[in-house]
Design a protein. Structure first.
Length: 94
């Protein structure tokens, strides 16, 4: 039987940027949730000289699924988290 504390912390989420212009996903990364992945997107959009900074509106952030760290299993479920145009609007407000 898995203890409840372990059960709550056993999954990490898998995310990737989708480049609408290139029609392909970037290399996936992991995070503990949508909030942290959105923060990463904002940081990447503000990183001078990065491709995300130059073309923020052409990228969207997708959750691809989750990884169970105890069982070593990946559950796939692709869903949009936030559009790049919304991130661009947030970074332009600064």
């Amino acid at each position: 039987m898995i203890n409840k504390d372990k059960e709550q912390n056993r999954e990490i989420q898998i995310y990737a940027y989708y480049d609408r212009e290139a029609e392909m996903y970037d290399i996936p990364f992991h995070s503990f949730g949508d909030l942290n992945s959105i923060r990463k997107f904002k940081i990447d959009a503000e990183k001078k000289g990065s491709i995300i900074e130059k073309f923020t509106k052409e990228f969207d952030l997708y959750k691809l699924g989750s990884f169970d760290m105890h069982l070593g299993k990946i559950k796939l479920k692709t869903e949009l988290v936030i559009e790049g145009r919304k991130i661009a609007a947030m970074t332009e407000e600064k």
